[in-house]
Design a protein around this ligand. Structure first.
Ligand code: DC
Length: 204
């Protein structure tokens, strides 16, 4: 069975949590596509051309996801993501993953619009910038790190603007996506809504 769930939306809206929960619930494979851009961003920060890094991305580039989940790498990822050659180099891998037998959940920015326009289920998960900045703060705090709210909020807004305003595959909800605003929605409710959307389309 091939079945694709496309989850898009801005940083810290809950895409990853919802994606992992849906994948676990239905036994689908899950791909956080942001990690691909982060791996390219990290190699750019190390001095490589982003286009070359994207063309030659290797499994070991993704082997330490936590090292890629830093604010510096996030901003670098968002910068390399505006380059059409980078996006083109990452396209085949994402499409192959989406079509794997057994079902797949992909989360990112352009999954429902560009990577998998025919996905069986499309979700656009969002929340206000303030709520998302506070979630990032809480994540840092849980890791024993400190952060300045105004700086985190400015970072969130800068990345939103770059991701939404770029010419190549901008972050936008597909016309047929179910929009989930998690500003005032608990994670359990958001996951329940996503699971219901998949149940409604899943072959029996
Ligand atoms: O989801 P994330 O925060 O890890 O993504 C990091 C950056 O990668 C994000 O700011 C934009 C880019 N990205 C993208 O352009 N397209 C995707 N499908 C996923 C991420």
């Amino acid at each position: 069975m091939r079945f694709t769930v496309a989850i898009d939306g801005p940083a810290a809206a809950g895409k990853g949590t919802i994606g992992r929960a849906v994948a676990e619930r239905f036994g689908f494979a899950h791909l956080d596509t942001g990690l691909l851009y982060r791996a390219v961003g990290a190699r750019m920060l190390a001095g490589e051309r982003a286009e070359d890094a994207a063309r030659d991305l290797r499994p070991e580039d993704l082997s330490d996801p936590d090292a890629l989940r830093t604010p510096e790498v996030a901003q670098a990822a968002s910068k390399v993501a505006v380059i059409p050659e980078v996006r083109a180099a990452l396209l085949d891998f994402q499409r192959a993953f989406a079509h794997r037998v057994g079902g797949a959940v992909l989360d990112g920015r352009d999954i429902g619009t560009v990577i998998c326009p025919r996905a069986e289920v499309k979700l656009f998960v969002t929340a206000s910038a303030e709520v998302r900045a506070q979630r990032r703060m809480d994540e840092w705090k849980a890791k024993g790190l400190s952060a300045d709210y105004d700086e985190v909020l400015a970072d969130v807004k800068a990345r939103d603007a770059r991701d939404a305003d770029r010419a190549a595959a901008p972050m936008v909800a597909a016309d047929d996506a179910l929009v989930l605003d998690t500003s005032n929605l608990g994670i359990d409710e958001a996951v329940a809504a996503a699971v219901a959307a998949v149940e409604a389309k899943r072959p029996l």
